[in-house]
Design a protein around this ligand. Sequence first.
Ligand code: 5RP
Length: 223
Amino acid sequence: MSNLKQQVGIKAAEFVRDGMIVGLGTGSTAYYFVEEIGRRVKEEGLQITAVTTSHATYAQAEGLGIPLKAIDDVEYVDLTVDGADEVDGHFNGIKGGGAALLMEKIVAVNSKDCIWIVDESKVVETLGAFKLPVEVVQYGAENLFRKFEEKGYHPAFRVTNGQRHITDMKNFIIDLDLKKIPDAVALANELDQTVGVVEHGLFIGLISKVIVGYSDGPKIIEK
Ligand code: 5RP
């Protein structure tokens, strides 16, 4: 097997069984999970329906012939497998490095079970070294940016190809350079109550398992 991301992606696919509605994550690690699900659908006749967490994952899954539905056309998702940017010992984490945090969180909260797949570099004691992505509506985004500056959150609009990044849901991303987040729950609550914030990349209490890629193979860590 060529790399840690591929190993954890393939390992996570072992949790997928016939009849499931499966949430397909976004990013370079989730990519391998989606590829493996596509392989199993094609070669093993795996019978599942999937929902996706970004336009990019939709395109990948469609190309692999994975049967797809919209999130609003399923009552719930049985299992979602997604990547993450950081995860701590309480199974809380940061997502959104790939700017898909809003769709990812909507799929996660509609899932009975969520597994994250990461390589060992993403397991941390305290969240925050990775810049926290916050998805904000375009209207009033400058004022929100200034508020984050005043709070000392060191915000930066995410830029792609020289332009402010526009998410799949047509919003901006402001990345907060916090270095350390001593109380992730409190910060999540604060951002939840901030007008103009659509969603943030703190995922609190949403996952049951993390599959971590180590050089000697993937390890499953359960809550
Ligand atoms: C996208 C995400 C990704 O899951 C996260 O950024 C991890 O990506 P990768 O596996 O490429 O490191 O949250 O919004």
